[in-house]
Design a binder for this molecule. Structure first.
Ligand SMILES: [Zn+2]
Length: 314
C-alpha cells in the first residue's frame, strides 16, 4: 500500500515535470538557446533569429579559429543548447571533444539540434586524395574559411533560417521575414563591395595562412602564396627566401594576415622587399570596428582596396 502510493506520487511528479517541460519548451516565449562555434556564425544566427534566439559563441575572435581551448563554461553552454551551429569540415578540430564533454545527444552529427554550415557551400581546394594531419596539414577536406565570400553568407543564412524554422515552427514566419531582410541588405552591399573592388581586379597579394581564397574569389584578386608552406606549418627560412624572390618578381605590394599570427616573418619580408603588412580580419569582432557581418566585410574590402589600389602592380 505504502509502496503503491509512493509509486503514484512519483508518477504524478513525472507528469508534472513533463507539463513543465512542455511549458518551457521551444514552442513557448523563451528564446532558443543557440551556441555558435565562431563569432561570424553567431552574428548570422542573430541576423536571422532576432529576438527569438539567444546566441553565444565558443571561440574568441581574437584567436586562430583552428586552435581553441574550450572552457568548462563552454561545455555547460553546449549541454544546455537547443542548437549548435558550426563550420563543419575540419576547421574546429576542438568541436568533437567539446561535444563529448557536454554529452547533449541532439547536438551530435545528424542530431535535430545540429547545423553544419558547410553543407551546400561550393568549397574550394578540395583535395583529390585523402590528406592526413600527420603531414601537418589542417585543411583536409577543402578550404574551410568560406564565410569570407558574401555569396556564401546567403547560403549560410538560408540554412540557418530553415533550421530555426524546423526546431521552432511557431516563429517560422518571423525567421523567413528576417532572412529576406538580411538577403536584401546583403545584395545591396555585395554590389557596393564589387564596385569598390573593381580597380584591384587581377591584382595579387600574399598571405600568412591560406584563409583568403573565398574573399579573393569574390574580389577577383589572387592570393596564392603563403608564409606557411602548408596550412599549419610555420614559415621556414628557405620558404621565406623563395617568397622574397616571388614578391620582387611579381611586384607584390601586400602581405595580408589577421591579428593573431606572429608578424615578425611578414615584417621582415616587407622590410626586405618594400611590400606592406596589411591586417585583414578573419573573424568577426577581431577588431572593434568589425561588429557585424556587414562591417566585417566592409573592413576587409576597404583594407584590400587600399593595399592593392593606386597605380598598377602587374
Ligand atoms: Zn585554415
Amino acid at each position: 500500500m505504502i509502496r503503491r502510493s509512493i509509486l503514484r506520487a512519483s508518477q504524478m511528479c513525472a507528469a508534472m515535470l513533463a507539463v513543465m517541460a512542455l511549458a518551457g519548451g521551444a514552442g513557448a516565449a523563451q528564446p532558443l538557446r543557440v551556441v555558435a562555434t565562431l563569432s561570424v556564425f553567431a552574428d548570422l544566427v542573430k541576423q536571422v533569429g532576432g529576438e527569438n534566439v539567444e546566441v553565444s559563441t565558443v571561440a574568441s575572435p581574437r584567436f586562430n579559429p583552428h586552435f581553441v581551448e574550450c572552457k568548462p563554461s563552454d561545455v555547460l553552454k553546449v549541454k544546455k543548447a537547443d542548437l549548435l551551429v558550426h563550420g563543419g569540415l575540419d576547421l574546429e578540430a576542438w568541436r568533437g571533444p567539446l561535444l563529448d564533454a557536454a554529452g547533449n545527444p541532439d547536438l551530435f552529427s545528424g542530431g535535430k539540434g545540429e547545423l553544419d554550415l558547410s553543407v551546400g557551400i561550393p568549397l574550394l581546394e578540395v583535395p583529390d586524395r585523402p590528406l592526413s594531419r600527420l603531414m601537418g596539414d589542417i585543411h583536409l577536406y577543402g578550404n574551410p574559411h568560406y564565410w569570407l565570400n558574401p555569396e556564401n553568407a546567403k547560403i549560410m543564412a538560408r540554412a540557418i533560417a530553415a533550421k530555426l524554422s524546423e526546431i521552432d515552427p511557431a516563429h517560422a514566419d518571423a525567421y523567413q521575414k528576417r532572412l529576406a531582410d538580411f538577403l536584401s541588405r546583403l545584395d545591396q552591399k555585395i554590389a557596393q563591395w564589387k564596385q569598390a573592388a573593381a580597380p584591384i581586379r587581377g591584382k595579387e597579394a600574399i598571405a600568412y595562412h591560406n584563409e583568403w581564397p573565398y574573399l579573393a574569389d569574390f574580389l577577383g584578386i589572387k592570393i596564392e602564396q603563403f608564409l606557411e608552406s602548408k596550412p599549419g606549418i610555420p614559415p621556414s627560412p628557405k620558404h621565406i627566401g623563395f617568397l622574397e624572390e616571388y614578391i620582387r618578381s611579381h611586384n607584390i605590394r601586400a602581405i595580408v594576415q589577421p591579428t593573431y599570427f606572429p608578424r615578425s616573418a611578414s615584417e621582415e619580408l616587407a622590410k626586405r622587399t618594400g611590400a606592406k603588412v596589411v591586417t585583414l580580419c578573419q573573424n568577426l569582432g577581431e577588431l572593434p570596428e568589425t561588429k557585424d557581418y556587414f562591417s566585417f566585410i566592409d573592413y576587409d574590402v576597404r583594407q584590400m582596396v587600399e593595399a592593392l589600389g593606386g597605380s598598377s602592380s602587374e
